[in-house]
Design a protein around this ligand. Sequence first.
Ligand code: NAI
Ligand code: MG
Length: 393
Amino acid sequence: MSRAIVSLPGDGIGKTVLPEAIKVLDSAGFEADYIHGDIGWEFWCKEGNALPQGTIDLLEEHKIGLFGAITSKPKDAAAKELDPSLQDNGFVYFSPIVGLRQHFNLDKCIRPCRSFKGNPLNFIRRTADGGFEEPLVNAVIFRQNTEGLYSGVEWTNPPKLVRDALETHPKMKKFKDVPSEDLAISTRIVSREGCRRIITAAFEYAKKFGYSNVTVCEKPNVLRETSGMMFKEAKEIAKNYPEIQFWDTNIDAQMMWLTKNPEIYGVLVSENMFGDIISDGFAGLVGGLGFACSANIGEEVGVFEPTHGSAPKYAELNPSIVNPIAMILSACMMLDHIGETERAAMIRNAISKVIEEGKVKSYDMMKLRGGADAINKGAATTQQITDEVIKNL
Ligand code: NAI
Ligand code: MG
């Protein structure tokens, strides 16, 4: 049976890596129609909306999206690049990927960080006798994807009503003399339901795939309310999974632990921003952005994307040098999600072989500076990596 996948290349290298992933899916015998959806900077500039309604409608209809990357820029730059006919009409830039997560309530973000044997970018550590060892990392981060510090409820120069409400909190005293226009406020909003859903998903995943521990990574000693709620809910939910060890760490300490003993961690679960941080931290141990894949999953819709951005400085290189593996692994997560697990495993095996053989390496795997001359120094092009993966299917 053929199915429809909404293809959202977006900006920059998103437009490069997404077609590569589709080539691999085709070669693995996965039959689908890819329906293009507009998203990204170009649509902000042209239409004042980086996430056009037509794209939302497509996802509503087909439920599955493969997403490349988008460019976003700070507030002032965004305002400046908007089409002159739209300027001063109240258009406000909002990240379209955050928009998708919120619109479809894609509240679970899953970011597996697994070392491939033979990857020259794998984390290594000194042993006591002066040698080194290369522990294999196999951590899966569950990030709450719609709430927390990225909820988007924030102000510079907060309205009086907001300011007055905040002044009722004793800790606001120290800001009492700051003029509102000199005050920027972000809120970290966490709902019990949001906590429960992400924590339960993390434990269920650990159970299904045989992970021996789940770590809730927060900061309840300081963020007593929001992190406190995450921690409390996690502790309760953990009781339903007596076979899985329940650990808790603070986000700052976790960043230290993951460079000391990353191999002990199985599944980790966090609020939105902390999940963003630890998943980048773990990704750095398994090859970095060229290898970091992710899934955004809601009740109905799933959107699968590499965690890297649009890497504008490499977007125009021809031939391209960026690593398509993060995007291809994201496509594998999509296959898993729709039950095509064997095909996903086949593609991952092919990637493993390419990395272990080490004949074809992208510039990042060779630890080269990116740029056109990386190819002269022996780096493979994006297409050559894809071709090698396909050859190994
Ligand atoms: P980035 O992820 O685009 O690139 C950072 C650096 O990582 C690149 O310069 C490159 O050295 C390396 N890199 C990224 N992808 C790679 C790949 N596939 N293979 C090899 N090397 C790779 O992050 P940056 O430069 O901070 O942001 C660029 C733009 O992307 C910004 O406009 C930002 O807002 C946006 N962005 C979008 C994201 C998304 O679409 N989900 C996520 C992160 C950033
Ligand atoms: Mg990030």
